[in-house]
Design a binder for this molecule. Structure first.
Ligand code: PLP
Length: 390
């Protein structure tokens, strides 16, 4: 307990899991060679043309003053152009695109904009923590939608009780999915549009991994589903695709009415994205960058195969993900919980991974390991884990 602090914070889950991160930091400070695979944070630098665009923009005093929450026309047009080119989705750059200071920021603020206390947000379990922590922080209730291997990690919308549906205002989805690595089918997205329309629910599709996919799979935008623009918004982020996690450059796109609401909130939250970052974003979304992204994808696919083959040979079950920058693996042998396993692997192998239970109760029995270190380090990490459990 601390002297200063709102009770609201006591309702946040997963305090336990921060302990692993503190421990990893303490070990590193003590000189131990910890391989950091608990988070997806690309190891390669941002591509030079993007950095150069930002450098030029930084020298222009026009970027030094307040931005607007609406965003620069160049940025909104770049996002709209990307959606047309990549997904065949027409987005009016004036009304259907707004910059976001990272996917995390926008996903949190969506809860303030669209949920009243007591409302329900439907959220995948396992899933990115902000889909559940966000609703909790605004006094709403997250309702977990179990993702299971036997239904392809797609939630069973028909299993949600009618009383819950009456209170549900937002549905979070994320495909290609983290942490499971699963892809959505177009039949599922069609079902989601129908479901959302019938129950007046805003669909929020977290699409941050649509450009990091493997085995020739090309992920769609949810917004390409017929009727989706009537019921949904989508979040894209440049963080993982363009090695830009530190820049905080993302966008919320889709239903114009929802974006109006969101803009109204944002006026009171912050003063927009730094102009130089927006102009870096414009450079990133240029078709010229496609080949750089393709190279990153090849590297992640190679690393994925490396880890999965080392694990599978050692009897650790890990299905190769369809997309994303992680491997989602089953706990081997006799470990009681994913926390216990990750703590053991950190202590004995000096590899930081993240426990499946940190993503929700249905994540228990698994651990997640990111692919965002060089191949030789990743191989060493996987081999250290295998040696530690032998
Ligand atoms: C990394 C990640 C985010 C956060 O992205 P930022 O744009 O860096 O905030 C959001 N959703 C998922 C599923 C992620 O893996």
């Amino acid at each position: 307990m601390t002297k200063f602090g709102a009770h609201r914070l006591d309702t946040l889950p997963a305090y336990l899991f921060n302990q692993l991160e503190w421990k990893a930091t303490a070990m590193r400070e003590a000189g131990i060679d910890v391989i950091p695979l608990a988070f997806g944070d690309p190891d390669e630098p941002t591509h030079p043309p993007i950095v150069e665009a930002a450098r030029q923009a930084l020298l222009d005093p026009g970027t030094h003053r307040y931005s607007t929450n609406r965003g620069r026309p160049e940025f909104r047009e770049a996002v709209s152009g990307y959606y047309a080119r990549r997904f065949g989705v027409p987005l009016n750059p004036h009304s259907m695109v707004i910059p976001a200071l990272g996917a995390k920021e926008v996903i949190f603020n969506i809860n303030l904009a669209f949920l009243d206390p007591g409302d329900v947000a439907l959220a995948p379990d396992p899933g990115y923590q902000i889909y559940t922590a966000g609703p909790v922080l605004v006094g709403a209730n997250p309702y977990p939608l179990p993702l299971r291997a036997d239904n392809g990690y797609l939630p069973d919308l028909g299993a949600i009780p009618a009383s819950t549906l009456q209170q549900a205002r937002v549905l979070y989805l994320n495909y290609p999915n983290t942490p499971t690595g699963a892809a959505a089918t177009s039949e599922f997205f069609i079902e989601v549009v129908d479901f959302a329309a019938r129950h007046d629910i805003l669909v929020v599709h977290d699409n941050v991994y649509s450009d990091i996919t493997f085995d020739g799979y090309l992920a769609p935008s949810f917004l390409a589903t017929p009727g989706a623009l009537e019921v949904g918004v989508e979040v894209i982020s440049l963080s993982k695709t363009f090695n830009m996690t530190g820049w905080r450059c993302a966008a919320l796109v889709g239903n114009a009415d929802a974006l109006d609401t969101y803009r109204r909130l944002k006026t009171f939250v912050d003063s927009g994205m730094f102009g130089a970052v927006q102009l870096a974003g414009v450079a990133a979304l240029d078709p010229e960058m496609d080949s750089q992204v393709a190279e990153s994808v090849i590297a992640y696919e190679r690393r994925r195969d490396l880890v999965c083959s080392i694990f599978n040979r050692a009897g650790i079950k890990a299905e190769p993900p369809k997309g994303g920058v992680y491997v989602w693996a089953e706990l081997p042998g006799s470990f009681g919980s994913s926390f216990e396993f990750c703590e053991y692997v950190l202590d004995v192998a000096a590899v930081a991974t993240s426990p499946g239970a940190a993503y929700g109760p249905n994540g228990e029995g698994h651990f997640r390991m990111s692919l965002t270190v060089a191949d030789d380090r990743l191989q060493e990490a996987a081999e250290r884990i295998v040696a530690a459990i032998r």
